[in-house]
Design a binder for this molecule. Structure first.
Ligand code: HEM
Length: 449
């Protein structure tokens, strides 16, 4: 993308910041102006997200304005500092995306968009509902094997299409003991794919797009009714009630955790891990040796095998550094102030979004040597990709996602094989899941023992 356009749009952002200072951030005029800048930058991001970030970072600095007058922090240290802020004031935003039409989510905020006691309660429910992968290796192993066996019947494994289907099926089994039909899986993935509709203004959704989004909303309603019939529901409801949450909050927060955070994040990272291992022959051979040394393949891998698979763990972290499934984290400024952007002071208002760009932070050359190279020996103990660690907003699904990906690696390299694979390519332009979406493992089959 033409870097002039990216910089020109930033000049407009700077001028608008003074205008907003005069007319008020939340006045009707302020809101309209911000929505226009949101669309202006949004279109640039949609078509060239990496260029957008890299050009602004290189030409303006580690802090720059974007979308609806948000301040993006792009360095490792800046993003880490944002992540560690406690308590954080949140709006109902999914990274860079603003949720302007909450009706798509049945008017329940995303857990990451809640604050105070509500956030504490929702997190308690989600943490309770999330299984500890080392305690569930047998069931996870069986599920992974069954899903890969189905792919082997089809003779291929398609990263962008098959992995999200597998992860959503596994999460429903683990969290609710529910087996989704193929149609339900398709409807769930359609729901997530169309999430960007929620960032359009509510009136548009309720009129022009009503016919388009109604099936997705109805699917969500049907599925959460099913959740309430599951054997686990009573215990989730009890935990939530202790924190004064109602049923609607509890069940919808779990729906979003499974669909958005869990499935989208884990399938993207699993796909990237497979892509990396297709490309890195030496690492792949070492992974195969590690799997063979830890597991004889007779019954499902046990907790010790999963826990001790150090190399696979390192591959997962380094892949999450280079290809973070979550590109942005977002919070709101509690007070108005001034910020230096490109050497000039610029006003910002209370409620301004402060965005952390995980992608650029993970490739910050002040933090990482040769930041764009895959290096499995790197120390990734302070990686930011799961929103850092040890604070109230860190990803609660970190160990489950790593456990699931490890289990997939065990089965893929011990029990299955493929003849060839297509080009391994990450799309750094169009905003899609950060994973080699088009990668196909052909001749995918079960290995004979
Ligand atoms: C089983 C898989 C996963 C589940 C169930 C899960 C669940 C969640 C939930 C519920 C939150 C919101 C936490 C809160 O409200 O305080 C969250 C946040 C987050 N997760 Fe995960 N997650 C999973 C996998 C992943 C993966 C694979 C990544 C990236 C490598 C990831 C990165 C993040 C990040 C960066 C946030 C912070 C978002 C923000 O605050 O804006 N998650 N996750």
């Amino acid at each position: 993308m033409d870097s002039k356009k990216i910089l020109q749009a930033h000049k407009i952002q700077l001028q608008v910041s003074w205008l907003i200072d005069k007319v008020g951030y939340d006045s009707p005029l302020g809101k309209s102006i911000r929505f226009i800048t949101y669309l202006m930058d949004g279109l640039l991001v949609l078509n060239a997200w990496r260029d957008f970030l890299v050009v602004r970072q290189q030409q303006i600095g580690n802090k720059f304005l974007a979308v609806d007058q948000a301040i993006i922090h792009s360095s490792y240290s800046g993003v880490r500092k944002l992540m560690q802020t406690e308590p954080q004031w949140r709006g109902n935003d999914l990274g860079i995306i603003r949720i302007y039409a909450p009706s798509y989510l049945l008017d329940n905020p995303l857990s990451l968009g809640t604050n105070g006691a509500e956030h504490t309660g929702v997190r308690a429910v989600l943490e309770y509902a999330l299984p500890e992968p080392l305690e569930r290796t047998e069931v996870i192993g069986r599920l992974v094997d069954q899903l890969l066996f189905n792919a082997a019947q089809r003779g291929r494994l398609h990263i962008g299409e098959d992995l999200p289907r597998m992860i959503i099926a596994i999460l429903h089994q683990l969290i609710f003991q529910i087996t989704l039909s193929e149609q339900e899986i398709s409807a769930s993935l359609d729901y997530t794919k169309n999430l960007f509709f929620a960032s359009l203004p509510e009136p548009i959704l309720k009129t022009l797009l009503k016919g388009k989004i109604q099936p997705q909303i109805e699917h969500r309603q049907r599925l959460i009714a099913k959740y309430k019939q599951s054997p686990q529901w009573q215990s989730y409801r009890e935990i939530g009630t202790q924190y004064r949450l109602n049923e609607h909050q509890i069940v919808n927060s779990i729906f979003d955790m499974i669909h958005i955070a869990g499935t989208a994040g884990t399938s993207a990272l699993l796909g990237s891990v497979i892509g990396v291992l297709c490309l890195e022959e030496t690492v792949r051979n070492n992974v195969v040796s590690e799997v063979n040394s830890l597991w004889n393949g007779e019954v499902t891998p046990n907790a010790g095998a999963i826990e001790n698979s150090e190399l696979i763990g390192k591959v997962i972290l380094e892949t999450a550094r280079l290809y973070p499934p979550v590109r942005f984290v977002s919070q709101l400024a509690p007070e108005a102030g001034e910020v230096e952007i490109g050497g000039k002071q610029c006003p910002f208002q209370k409620g301004t979004r402060l965005l952390g760009s995980v992608f650029t932070a993970n490739r910050d050359q002040n933090k990482y040597q040769r930041p764009d190279s895959f290096d499995v020996t790197r120390d990734n103990s302070d990686i930011l990709s799961w929103n850092g660690e040890g604070h109230e907003r860190a990803c609660p699904g970190r160990s489950l996602s790593i456990g699931l990906i490890k289990m997939f690696c065990f089965y893929l390299f011990k029990k299955y094989q493929w003849n060839s694979f297509s080009e391994v390519k990450w799309d750094m332009e169009k905003v899609r899941a950060v994973t080699p979406n088009d990668l196909v493992l052909s001749g995918f089959s079960q290995r004979s023992v």
